[in-house]
Design a protein around this ligand. Sequence first.
Ligand code: PGA
Length: 262
Amino acid sequence: MRLRQRQSPLRWETVSGYDALSERAAERVLGAIIHQPRLVLGLPTGRTPEGMYAHLVQHCVGQERCFDGVKTFNLDEYVGLKPDHPGSYARYMQQRLFDHVGLFEGDIFIPDGLAEDVLADEPDLPMHQALERECERYERAIADAGGLDLTVLGLGRNGHIAFNEPGSPFDSRTRVVRLDDETRRANAQYFGNGDVPEWAITMGLATILASKSIVLLASGASKAEAVARLRHGPVAESFPASLLHLHDDVTVLVDREAARLL
Ligand code: PGA
């Protein structure tokens, strides 16, 4: 589907480099928490947000319940990994944020790529159905929390946001998806043997677009083409991030390298 390009309300912020980007992103999150202590936060994984998490953790040193009252929903998770698997996003988040900021376990939500709770209730359910149920549960949990207030996103070189690969429908919700080979190659560093899972659960594009506010992060020259495509390209499902042009509160936070083709 290709939609008519309209006057885009995206706000662009360009900072000098990765550390400035990370600091600015952390400031946005902390500012949102101060403004709204019961914030519902959508959170990304990958290389780009690592610096943001480091700044958040640094800010929270010595503050017992820094994220008190905040609920977090991760954007995605691989199918088939236990939460303690080194490549899982549950583990990534534990190490980089959750162990350090005093979040209650019950306020942390990550899609379960093993659908363990679903299968505990219905042990005979085939795996693909259990995963579908898990996706429905995840959507319900977001709705029960009152919807996402602020969602931070990374940008894939192919334009993906979360694991919504090119061609993902703009009206998609949380679902099981097959990952592009390019995405699996890009994430191989988190898997010692390079064996990146083929399937994942991801929030859908409509789930993300329903967030009241969105910050998209892109750093480094490898993202420059995707950033230029976001800035100048049409709104089209072939480039999922272009969907953000349809939202009225999106900040695109890039560093100079990522902005060099603008
Ligand atoms: P990266 O991934 O931060 O590891 O570059 C971004 C993404 O794929 O969303």
